[in-house]
Design a protein around this ligand. Structure first.
Ligand code: UT7
Length: 330
């Protein structure tokens, strides 16, 4: 009989070696370790050197995920790379496919900023539920240090680079219990990495806009407000779909943007602190990578055990936000 349930059977993560702590960062912009730790909880972040590519980081995380799932790259049917900072604007998923030697897999990028991993998880699940694919590799990876304005203290202290990956497989029991995804483009202007064209006249009357992407801009206060309000709502909706109550959650696994957001969301949902997974002190906000990196660390440390129930939620540019309730393992 065809298996149409979904199980997340393997995880992996990869981080650049170079680490930048708050103290050192305060020699670059007017900030302090005290401000950054009390306002965000971040102590240090990893930065990718020019020789490190997003596809290399993604491939490293993927190899771990594939081997912990007990399969080989040749078994992968589909690769989804959630990223906003590909090595190539045409997409980097195929570069990862080549590095892995996942010859059977179709590969594409998915862009939903810091919600990318949750959006990717739900996208991957549709292919499994319809019986089209059995083994899907989902990667969340970002190198936002490429796009941060390193003179802007309001944003440069927040972000870090990294990659995380999971393998989703067709399974008899369906371990994806519920999800809710949301977008609101009317608030798009609160967080951007926008293309800025400058007009170039090719021929009389024929103008094109050639330019480049501008560094990240963010209205931190508005994004903060949005996250604290909207994230509990989508978790509630996803729990309702899953027919679960909040006290049946073993772990709250949020996009690692700010410790104060993690605390406020947990408080609104009445989830005790010991159930909140947090590693942002070490890595900052790694955008689409933050959930799978934190998941992988918690699994490897034995914090998350097979069949534990996890409420994961992403939020960020778009604006986009979404939650998925799943149980770890087969
Ligand atoms: O992954 C995408 C999702 N993004 C987020 O979730 C980010 C959400 N927003 C936040 O996490 C917070 O809003 C921030 C951490 C970005 C900012 O914290 P805040 O408590 O909202 O600070 P603020 O923007 O209100 O700034 C307070 C003060 C300001 O000074 P004045 O106007 O009170 O004199 C800022 O200029 O702190 C100043 N400030 C800084 N001071 C030292 C802003 N950034 C810094 C800094 N160091 N790095």
């Amino acid at each position: 009989m065809q298996k149409l349930g979904i199980a997340i059977t393997g995880s992996g993560s990869a981080l650049p070696e170079t680490s930048l702590d708050n103290q050192t960062l305060s020699t670059l912009v007017e900030t302090s370790d005290e401000w950054i730790t009390t306002r965000t909880g971040i102590c240090q972040r990893r930065l990718a050197m020019p020789s490190e590519s997003l596809s290399n980081l993604g491939a490293k995380a993927s190899m771990q995920a594939i081997s912990s799932a007990g399969i080989t790259p040749a078994d992968i049917d589909l690769i989804i790379l959630a990223t906003s900072s590909p090595d190539d604007l045409f997409g980097s998923a195929c570069q990862i496919q080549a590095q892995l030697g996942a010859t059977k897999a179709v590969a594409f990028d998915l862009t939903a900023a810091c919600s990318g991993f949750v959006f990717g998880l739900v996208t991957a699940a549709q292919y499994i539920r319809t019986g089209v694919y059995q083994n899907v590799l989902l990667i969340g990876a970002d190198i936002l240090s490429r796009w941060v304005d390193w003179q802007d203290r309001r944003t440069c202290v927040l972000f870090g680079d990294g990659a995380g990956a999971v393998v989703l497989q067709a399974n008899e029991s369906d371990r994806l219990l519920g999800f809710t995804l949301k977008s609101d483009g009317t608030q798009n202007h609160y967080l951007n990495l926008a293309y800025q064209p400058s007009s170039q006249e090719l021929l009389p009357g024929v103008n094109i806009g050639q330019g480049t992407y501008q560094p990240i801009t963010m209205n931190g206060k508005e994004v903060y407000r949005f996250a604290v309000q909207r994230v509990p709502e989508v978790i509630d909706k996803a729990l309702f779909q899953a027919n679960l109550t909040v006290d049946q959650i073993d772990w709250l696994l949020l996009h690692q943007a700010n410790q104060r957001i993690l605390d406020a969301v947990a408080q609104r949902l009445n989830i005790p602190q010991h159930k909140v997974i947090s590693n942002l002190a070490n890595y900052g906000n790694t955008s689409a990578a933050s959930i799978p990196i934190a998941l992988d660390e918690a699994v490897r440390q034995g914090t998350i055990q097979p069949h534990d129930t996890i409420a994961a939620a992403g939020f960020g540019a778009g604006l986009t936000w979404g939650a998925a309730i799943f149980q770890w393992g087969r």
